[in-house]
Design a binder for this molecule. Structure first.
Ligand SMILES: [Zn+2]
Length: 285
């Protein structure tokens, strides 16, 4: 099948699926002529139906339709054999009736069982187009064709879409005082109130915030470190002596924090220096 045709069939079947509840495997009622035509054209009916309906298919045949094949005698034996592989649909016509009439009766006025119909009968196809949502398949010049949606199908779809939208409006009126209940959603006055606040923030943080953060963080670190040093006493002396200079250099370059930390640092250096000697000898051993 050409891609363009497959695409349009897929679209059509999704319409039947979404709007009318068709589900795989699609039940396809096949009539007697369809069986003989398929045999004559050496078509694999089941496979063809699946490619046209774009999904799994369950072919079915009514009692009346298979009876019509029996009546044709030996000529139709291959078609009978084919039909026998299909699921039999009980139509409850005690005396077999005309295939078209049988199928019309089985589909009913609304096609509530969601059948697709594979038929070679032109009059039946015309009849079925009057019923919304009946996928109709026929064979033309050895090619199986899925009819485009009938006008009634499209109209019914529109009607269903319209009614599915109505309830919300009805609900609003039924609730009463929709104006009061719907006050909160009045957020309509939208407009440019200025530059994007996110972009503004970015600039601020880039210019000022980082410095503050840095100094705060470092002051905090220093305090912690100093406290730790005092508590530990002479434990980290050796290291403190070594890193002490570097720390002071950074601190003096950063203003307030530098002064505050500087004093502590001085004190620390006294103890650190003394401890450094001790530590150093320890580590050397
Ligand atoms: Zn019947």
């Amino acid at each position: 099948m050409r891609q363009k045709r497959a695409k349009s069939y897929r679209k059509l079947m999704s319409l039947y699926h979404i709007n009318f509840g068709f589900r795989q495997p699609y039940q396809v009622l096949v009539d007697a002529d369809m069986c003989t035509t398929a045999i004559d054209n050496k078509m694999e009916l089941h496979k063809q139906l699946e490619s046209v309906l774009q999904g799994d298919v369950k072919p079915m045949i009514t009692q009346c339709c298979i009876h019509a094949l029996y009546l044709q005698g030996k000529v139709a034996q291959p078609a009978v054999d084919l039909a026998k592989t299909f699921e039999r649909r009980k139509c409850n016509h005690r005396e077999p009736i005309d295939s078209d009439e049988c199928l019309t009766a089985v589909v009913g006025p609304t096609n509530k069982h969601r059948y697709a119909i594979a038929t070679q009968s032109q009059p039946l196809r015309v009849k079925l187009r009057a019923i919304p949502a009946v996928p109709i398949v026929h064979i033309k010049r050895a090619v199986m064709i899925l009819e485009p949606p009938s006008d009634n199908t499209l109209r019914e779809k529109e009607r269903m879409v319209a009614t599915s939208l109505k309830p919300s409006a009805q609900d609003a009126t039924l609730k009463g005082q929709p104006s009061t209940s719907k006050e909160p959603p009045r957020k309509k006055p939208k407009g440019p109130k200025g530059p994007n606040p996110l972009s503004m923030k970015k600039k601020k943080t880039a210019e000022t915030a980082p410095k503050e953060k840095r100094t705060e963080a470092k002051a905090g670190d220093k305090r912690k470190r100093n406290e730790g040093d005092e508590q530990d006493g002479e434990g980290e002396g050796g290291n403190a002596g070594g890193t002490g200079h570097a720390a002071v250099d950074i601190v003096t370059g950063e203003g307030e924090a530098g002064q505050a930390g500087g004093r502590k640092r001085k004190r620390k250096r006294k103890t650190g220096g003394a401890a450094g000697g001790v530590e150093g000898t320890v580590t050397e051993e």
